[in-house]
Design a protein around this ligand. Sequence first.
Ligand code: 4AD
Ligand code: MG
Length: 460
Amino acid sequence: VEPGQYLRDLFTQPVGSAVVARGWVKTVRSGKGVSFIQLSDGSCFADLQVVADPSVVPEGVTTGACLSIAGELVASPGSGQAVELQAKEITVLGPADSATYPLQPKRHTFEFLREQAHLRVRSNTFGAVFRVRNAVSWAIHKFFQERGFLYVHTPIITTSDAEGAGAMFGVTTLDLQNLPRTEAGGIDFKEDFFGKQAHLTVSGQLEAEIFALAFTNCYTFGPTFRAENSNTPRHLAEFWMIEPEMAFCDLEGNKALAEAFLKYVIQHVLDTCAADLEFFTKRIDENVLPTLEKVATSTFAQVTYTEAIQQLEKAAKSHKFEFPVFWGCDLQSEHERYLTDEVFQRPVIVTDYPKEIKAFYMRLNDDEKTVRAMDVLAPRIGEIIGGSQREERYDVLIDKIRKQELPEEAYWWYLELRKYGSAPHAGFGLGLERLVLYLTGMKNIRDVIPFPRTPGSADF
Ligand code: 4AD
Ligand code: MG
């Protein structure tokens, strides 16, 4: 048996070809003197229709079973495909007891399927989600590699705190040979990483800045962790972030790159995942295809934070917001959604936020009140990108670190980058799952990552 032979390749082979098809059974129907099997191997949205004389169908051909089928491609009158497979010999590689197989050929709720993370990937919806996620990942690398960006692997275990975000997951040491026990019999965790306190990274940005100030342009693409205990459809404890960082780049360049980047990825998915997007448009959200086609070719809206607040204050006269709007407030998702869904009806880049609500590393504007920050907000989702021009001036940066009472010693190397060969630079972070939500019309972030990590879920 050779790897790399996919069902999707069979669809384009000529009628009369002798082939072997392998995959998992979606459904089986037995009519008078003929059985129909829908077979999938995940390589494309379409299932292969297999037609079989009941005499060649062995025991165990049920939903979920894994089959190998030898046969001949014949013209298909009604399956929506040019060809179907006339089975000559069917081998059951792995049966799936129909009395207990959890995925019956009917609609299941996404909540139920989340508890079946080992099997949900075989369903139409999750097949489409993970093909799109794969295409997005490829397009991201392609975009940056075509532009000469260096792919840098930033650490997962770290002592630096990029976002000053507060809650992080700590790293502990477990001596499996000699597990220290608490009095109650539990494991007594040693709270350190070889004698140092360390945690799982909340962002690779600070390390990416090291690379930008040596390789000019770089990007990270890896897992990121936030211990915020927020149970929302848009937050994960473990998510994937893409963080480009560019030397000799300011906020304008950063904005332009973010917009070009998102459009490139959207266009790639339109070009390579047509059948999956058609499915999402029909079954999940009718706006998916029309929206993506429009966004790929039109320009994003741009406003400053101050202008956005003016718009929102105006809106607050007739629209009821849960959270108050005033200059200096952090934009809540209801505010972001109002801007994208009501005011602009397309992605919006908001810039120049008050320094108090943004991270210490963002470059201070001449007004000394705002920083060179940018968030990209997407309709229906809210923030999908957060970024900024960085503070490259040593004196301004150290002043900020002190005023915010951050541990100055911990940032010694970050400060040295401003002492030795500093340069204007900028970058941003894209949450991969937020983008996949936008592209697929899916509603819950738990349904666009293979194994969601949220409060209360880490089973698989
Ligand atoms: O806005 P954030 O916190 O920015 C940073 O981490 C910067 N260091 C990025 C940079 O400038 N290099 O996070 C960036 C993006 C958000 O816009 C959002 O899309 C995503 O990461 N994100 C999350 N996605 C899922 N679950 C969470 N808990 C997320 N927190 C942030
Ligand atoms: Mg942010």
